[in-house]
Design a protein around this ligand. Structure first.
Ligand SMILES: [Zn+2]
Length: 252
């Protein structure tokens, strides 16, 4: 994901299901959130938010890494791609979940493009990341999934419909707890928007997605089905007990 807290907000409930199912999990952010404060200087807030992301990942039981890009400068270029491929090669995942290709913020859209390109590149023998030392080549192109866009909407305010929803009613409490590790963001928003806005806003979005599919709380996903990427429904199969596929017994 682009920033510390994006994974928690967009897919945290699903990650707790996967943890329960025995999956090994990792969270990678493109940046350490260096623009995420109006009062704290860049390097200081980046250090704080890196530690918060580590602590949130530890609560989930996942490892955490940062690709070292800067807020508002997440973009698909060769140098950034080499960094992201190298981080991805260190974990060599079977499944990758990233931002929607269309989202409210360009950092999210560019992170999505970077991850799509990195997933394709990680197993290419001749693709060199030029890091020191470089990570080993990955085994194969991982299955690629997109989370719902932030608030589920494109930049023009239109709903982007997911392919399937995951019921996170049982994992909402740990999702909220995990998000609360990002105290700097909660404090910042509390000061500006009122008490617990941060956690409550995430919960309201999850309830909105839930209302679309008959769950109390949900997260939405789409699978990248382009040529060269795995088409097997790995995530859907693992989460079949929590799944609502759009178009099957549609509730509107
Ligand atoms: Zn973000």
């Amino acid at each position: 994901m682009a920033h510390p807290d994006d994974a928690e907000i967009l897919v945290g409930g699903t990650l707790f299901h996967l943890k329960d199912l025995g999956w090994e999990l990792g969270i990678v952010t493109m940046t350490a959130g260096d623009c995420g404060s109006a009062t704290v200087a860049r390097e200081a807030i980046a250090r704080i938010r890196y530690a918060e992301a580590q602590s949130a990942a530890a609560y989930l039981g996942a490892w955490y890494a940062c690709a070292g890009l800067m807020d508002v400068e997440v973009m698909l270029n060769a140098e950034n791609l080499r960094r992201v491929v190298d981080v991805m090669r260190q974990f060599d995942p079977d499944v990758v979940i990233t931002h929607s290709p269309v989202d409210y913020m360009l950092d999210h859209e560019e992170a999505s493009r970077l991850v799509r390109a990195a997933a394709f590149a990680l197993a290419i023998p001749n693709y060199e990341t030029r890091q020191n030392p470089p990570a080993q080549r990955g085994r194969a192109t991982p299955a690629l999934y997109y989370a719902d866009a932030t608030e589920g909407k494109d930049p023009l305010g239109q709903r982007i419909n997911p392919q399937f929803y995951v019921n996170i009613s049982k994992t909402l409490p740990p999702k909220r707890e995990m998000l609360s590790h990002h105290a700097s963001q909660g404090e910042w928003l509390r000061a500006h928007h009122g008490i617990d806005e941060y956690l409550d806003r995430m919960t309201a979005w999850a309830a909105n997605y839930g209302s679309e599919c008959g769950f109390a709380y949900a997260e939405g996903f789409r699978q990248h089905l382009g040529h060269g990427y795995p088409h097997e429904p790995i995530l859907q199969a693992a989460l079949k007990g929590f799944l609502h596929v759009r178009g099957s017994h549609e509730t509107g």
